[in-house]
Design a protein. Structure first.
Length: 95
């Protein structure tokens, strides 16, 4: 059974992407209490840039994985499965 739900529109592209949070999240002068929210924003920003879309939907499991160790200690990198559909929307799932 796959974690990817059935989508009404046709899937155009599906990739597995690894995103590093080392510099944008753990860089200099970044407050500890803003690390996990910044990781979520950075993930959304990179997916938008990589797939050239405006609408990005992130699965709850990805959110839980980033906040798993708390707001101050998100993971250094994450591997996600990204699915682009016909209507130029992108869904992000934990790989």
């Amino acid at each position: 059974m796959s974690d990817v739900p059935d989508i009404d529109s046709e899937i155009i592209e599906q990739k597995t992407v690894t995103i590093s949070f080392s510099k944008p999240v753990y860089g200099r002068k970044i407050p500890r209490v803003r690390r996990a929210p910044r990781a979520m924003k950075y993930l959304r920003e990179r997916i938008k840039h990589h797939f050239d879309v405006e609408e990005v939907t992130i699965d709850e499991k990805v959110n839980e994985f980033i906040f798993q160790r708390g707001i101050e200690h998100p993971p250094r990198r994450i591997t996600v499965k990204v699915t682009k559909t016909e209507d130029d929307s992108v869904e992000v799932f934990l790989a």
